[in-house]
Design a protein around this ligand. Structure first.
Ligand code: AMP
Length: 191
C-alpha cells in the first residue's frame, strides 16, 4: 500500500463514528483530529478562543468558520500530520470549511484520500440513543440534533461527492463488521 491516509469521517450522532475513528487511527497510524475535542480543551483552559466558543457550543450552535479553520491550520502545521496522516472528525462541518481544508492541504502539497459517511438510518440511531438511556437523550432532543446534522451535512456530502472523494459505508452490524467495511474502502483508495 502506498501513501499516507488523510480522511474525513462523517456520520450521525450514534452512528459509531467515534469508535470507528479510534479503530482507523490505530490500524493506519494516523492522527485523530477532532475539532470538538480541541474546542472543549480551549474552553477548559479558558483561553480567549475558548471563551468565544463556549456559549455557542453550549447552545448547540456552530463555532464560526474562521475560528475553526484557524485551529485546524495551526494543528496541520505540526510535522506529525505530514508524516503520519490524519483523520478529521467533526470537521469540516460546512461547505466553507471543506473548501478551506482543501486549500490548506493543496498549499501543503497534500490531498484528501477520501471522505467516509458512516450510514445508519435515523430510525436506527434514534433507537441506539434511546437504548443508552442518557437524560439528554429524549425523543425530542434526539430529533432536534439529528435534524440539525442532516441540514448541515447534506451539502457537505454533495461537496465531497463532486470532488470524487465520497464513500458510504453501511454502519449497521457489529463494530468489527463496520470496521472491516471501512478498512476495505480505505485500502482501495490508498492503492
Ligand atoms: P462535536 O464534539 O464534534 O460534536 O463538537 C461539539 C461542538 O463543538 C459542536 O456542537 C460545535 O459547537 C463545535 N464544533 C466542533 N467542530 C466544529 C466545526 N467543525 N465547526 C463549527 N463548530 C464546531
Amino acid at each position: 500500500m502506498t501513501g499516507v491516509l488523510r480522511m474525513v469521517i462523517l456520520g450521525r450522532q450514534g452512528s459509531g463514528k467515534g469508535t470507528q475513528s479510534g479503530l482507523v487511527c490505530e490500524a493506519f497510524g494516523c492522527v485523530h483530529l477532532s475539532t470538538g475535542e480541541m474546542l472543549r480543551a480551549a474552553v477548559s483552559a479558558r483561553s480567549e478562543l475558548g471563551l468565544q466558543a463556549d456559549s455557542l457550543m453550549s447552545a448547540g450552535e456552530l463555532v464560526g468558520d474562521d475560528v475553526v479553520n484557524g485551529i485546524v491550520a495551526e494543528r496541520l502545521a505540526r510535522p506529525d500530520i505530514a508524516r503520519s496522516g490524519v483523520l478529521f472528525d467533526g470537521y469540516p462541518r460546512t461547505a466553507e470549511q471543506a473548501a478551506a481544508l482543501k486549500s490548506m492541504l493543496d498549499e501543503a502539497g497534500q490531498a484528501l484520500t477520501l471522505a467516509v459517511n458512516i450510514d445508519v438510518s435515523v430510525a436506527d440511531v434514534t433507537q441506539r440513543m434511546l437504548d443508552r438511556g442518557r437524560t439528554d437523550d429524549t425523543h425530542e432532543a434526539i430529533r432536534r440534533r439529528l435534524d440539525l446534522y442532516d441540514r448541515q451535512t447534506a451539502p457537505l456530502l454533495d461537496w465531497f461527492a463532486s470532488h470524487d472523494l465520497l464513500e458510504t459505508v453501511d454502519g449497521t452490524g457489529s463494530e468489527t463488521e463496520v470496521f472491516e467495511r471501512l478498512r476495505s474502502v480505505i485500502e482501495s483508495r490508498l492503492r
